[in-house]
Design a protein around this ligand. Structure first.
Ligand SMILES: Cc1cc2nc3c(=O)[nH]c(=O)nc-3n(C[C@H](O)[C@H](O)[C@H](O)COP(=O)(O)O)c2cc1C
Length: 220
């Protein structure tokens, strides 16, 4: 099973402190998956590793063979993955622009027919739940349907240290079991759809939208 954990933060600014709080949450999830699912291939995807630039040009808009090699590599990883963990802060009650921007670089056919797990966090008390609601629609449109369990981390700097470990005053066992509920659902679905993808190729059965948004329209 191949799992990609997307870190939805590129923020360098302070305040609010600390910057890039999301790195703690994504690292905690990465450690959890590595500990609990040692046989699986789990990788952290950091938006800072990809040349997404100021001007938006999605990977699918490049002529064949002319896209930046990093985007080619990420497209390949997304296509080969069985499941996604989407880690986002809440910015103005929405998912992070860094996460949306990175995900928007790739067509839905690469993500489709695989499950995703929504993980949100915030500096404050709500843990990003309002962002999470919007993420359900966003991820559903990409075709990587979110499982019902979600992970929300309020006051994330008080929960996790800079290494992604729970602070000593936290109930580590409770946090582990909270991660576990989300990861178990994700991997259950991932295994189920992986098996079925091997029996029936959804891309052949259903067909992908490839070039024209009007392909989605109801008949005139
Ligand atoms: C532009 C901006 C908008 C924010 N909006 C919210 C918000 O709507 N709800 C919330 O709980 N926190 C909000 N915050 C606080 C974030 O939860 C906090 O800054 C967190 O550290 C962001 O994650 P990051 O450091 O990984 O970027 C906002 C922060 C910024 C910079």
């Amino acid at each position: 099973m191949k799992v990609l954990i997307f870190l939805g933060s590129t923020r360098e600014s302070q305040p609010p402190k600390p910057s890039r709080l999301g790195a703690r949450v994504a690292t905690a999830l990465l450690s959890h998956f590595k500990e609990e699912y040692a046989d699986d291939d789990v990788e952290l995807i950091d938006p800072l590793d990809y040349p997404t630039g100021e001007v938006f040009k999605p990977h699918f808009a490049y002529a064949s063979g002319s896209a930046p090699k990093e985007l080619d590599a990420l497209a390949d990883k997304i296509q080969r993955a069985d499941a996604y963990v989407m880690v986002s802060p809440e910015y103005n009650h929405s998912l992070s622009p860094a996460l949306a921007h990175l995900l928007n670089h790739f067509g839905s056919s690469l993500y489709a027919y695989k499950p995703s797990l929504i993980v949100t966090y915030s500096a404050g008390q709500w843990g990003g739940v309002r962002a999470a609601i919007g993420m359900r629609a966003f991820l559903s449109e990409l075709g990587c349907l979110p499982v019902s369990a979600m992970i929300h981390v309020p006051r994330a700097a008080d929960v996790l240290d800079s290494e992604g470990q729970c602070h000593p005053q936290q109930n580590t066992e409770k946090w582990k079991s909270y991660w576990q509920r989300g990861s178990s659902q994700l991997l259950w679905w991932a295994e189920a759809v992986r098996q079925h993808r091997e029996v029936v190729d959804p891309h052949k059965l259903i067909g992908n939208f490839t070039h024209d948004p009007q392909q989605r329209n109801a008949p005139d």
